[in-house]
Design a protein around this ligand. Structure first.
Ligand SMILES: [Zn+2]
Length: 497
């Protein structure tokens, strides 16, 4: 499909099916006399089916110039028959025949994706360090062993492999967590900065340090905060586990972030333990510190196995503290409930005794947080990739459409699908502070993904591997990197399969 995009810098995409929530809200019309490039409003035509609207998109010099209801430029304002056209006065209602028009025939057009939670430093290590028992603890052990190989060259090649995949699949911005123990932090963030510079014209990159929250109580915490402040797009982050000193640890990281005006991004309650309530502690800390930066909490799995009254209290706190939640359904599905403790605690009320339920190996619990309840409470909810082909998640290709597709099935993100499309586009863009990404509208870069699919059923029933990715108005090559690129790095030290 690549050839459908004209080589000229000025063209129209006609009859594009766009999910309505991905259109920028109607902008203020500008009098055409006020300037040479009047911005037109984006009145919506009829909403069809699952929230898809039919639009024409004008692209010029890499930017979106207009988004108007399909066909309206030609037919909505016919000239009166008695009026004799004056060839000296250009009529804006009649398209210039020299501007190419591509009739998309209802193909879906999305803004490029935003992937706000990844682990590029761990990625693509499965062949050399697989997770021996596929559990969360097994993943931590395997990653600790693998980290002994994380030289600058090793990190650069694997992290760039992930970026190549993201870019080819139509992603425009990526946030990665980077493991940052004292021995590794400067190495990994040095590689990140090199990649950030190398890829600055293709991907907006942000990085978050990842350590246990208790590490912030010592001198390393301050060093990490300084490192994040010195890193463009640096975010302060940590893993929050329930413990007696949790509030003290949170007070420390909030103070460090506040001093340096850093945003925060936590791994939170990534378990099926109903007693894991770090999310509520983080919300209380945000309110206590009157924190004005953006706070994102990832995973929050345990919320789904807690009593309704506790859930409501936590949702109220999260809403009051204006936290954003990012769910990682693919990784949760892979790791959670391997030992079925969550299934047991989830199902024990009313059905049978726990011992009877925990038999065999089939997981009963999907592991995801309360996406629907969070969204209904008015809390910003994003979805992201998390780990790819490493001990925390044995699969993945950095494809945000795959993430949306599988999440829709795992968590019933449907009826209508369109109410969830912002979870992989506009909402993560907002949480990452990227105001020009995640929506389609006049004045934004022409960064678009065009699918052959016209409806959501068509979109989610095939891989859409033949999508067209448009960046700054031009179709890019969407070839994926060959796995062979990683072969020199895949020497296994021990057999752990
Ligand atoms: Zn993660």
């Amino acid at each position: 499909m690549t050839s459908i995009i004209p080589t000229q810098s000025h063209y129209w995409l006609k009859n594009a099916h766009i999910p309505q929530p991905l259109l920028e809200p109607t902008v203020q019309p500008t009098d055409s006399a006020a300037g040479p490039s009047p911005i037109q409003t984006t009145p919506l035509q009829s909403v069809k089916g699952d929230g898809l609207v039919l639009m024409d998109v004008e692209i010029e010099q890499g930017m979106i110039r207009q988004v108007i209801p399909a066909g309206s430029a030609i037919s909505s304002h016919p000239a009166p028959s008695s009026e004799i056209p004056n060839p000296e006065i250009p009529n804006p209602e009649i398209p210039n025949p020299e501007i190419p028009m591509v009739d998309l025939q209802h193909k879906q057009v999305w803004p490029c994706f935003v992937d706000m939670h990844t682990h590029l430093d761990k990625g693509h290590t499965w062949e050399r360090e697989p997770n021996p028992d596929r559990t969360f603890l097994g993943a931590i052990g395997a990653c600790d062993r693998d980290m002994t190989r994380w030289t600058p060259d090793d990190l650069y090649l694997r992290m760039e492999f992930g970026l190549k995949c993201s870019y080819a699949h139509g992603t425009v911005a990526v946030r990665t967590h980077l493991d940052a123990p004292r021995s590794q932090a400067t190495v990994s963030f040095g590689v990140f900065k090199a990649l950030q510079a190398e890829w600055r014209d293709r991907l907006t990159l942000q990085a978050t340090c990842l350590v246990l929250l208790e590490d912030f109580l010592g001198s390393h915490g301050e060093q990490l905060a300084n490192l994040m402040a010195d890193t463009p797009g640096g975010i302060l982050g940590a893993v929050a586990f329930p413990n007696d000193d949790l509030d003290t640890q949170l007070d420390r990281i909030f103070a460090l972030a506040k001093e340096r005006q850093l945003d925060l991004d936590f791994h939170v309650d990534e378990s099926g333990d109903p007693h894991a309530d770090s999310l509520a502690h983080i919300a209380r800390a945000a309110l206590r510190h009157q924190f004005t930066g953006t706070i994102t909490c990832g995973h929050c799995c345990s919320l789904a196995v807690q009593p309704p009254s506790q859930v409501q209290t936590t949702l109220d706190l999260v809403k009051a503290a204006n936290l954003g939640i990012v769910s990682l359904p693919l990784c949760n599905l892979y790791l959670q409930d391997r030992q079925q403790a969550a299934s047991g605690s989830f199902l024990q009320t009313g059905l049978a005794v726990q011992e009877k339920l925990i038999t065999g190996n089939t997981p009963r619990w999907r592991g995801v947080t309360l996406l629907h309840e969070l969204k209904a409470a008015g809390i910003r909810v994003a979805i992201a990739n998390d780990n790819c082909r490493d001990p925390f998640h044995g699969f993945g290709d950095h494809d945000m459409l795959e993430v949306f597709n599988l999440s829709a099935r795992i968590a019933h993100l449907d009826h209508p699908y369109s109410q969830w499309v912002e979870t992989v586009t506009a909402t993560p863009a907002e949480l990452m502070g990227l105001s020009t990404k995640g929506k389609i509208g006049p004045g934004r870069p022409a960064d678009l993904v065009i699918f052959k699919a016209r409806t959501f059923s068509e979109l989610l029933s095939r891989s859409q591997h033949d999508r067209v990715v448009v960046r700054n108005g031009e179709a890019i090559a969407t070839d994926l990197p060959a796995y062979e690129e990683l072969d020199p790095l895949m020497h296994r030290q021990t057999s752990t399969l």
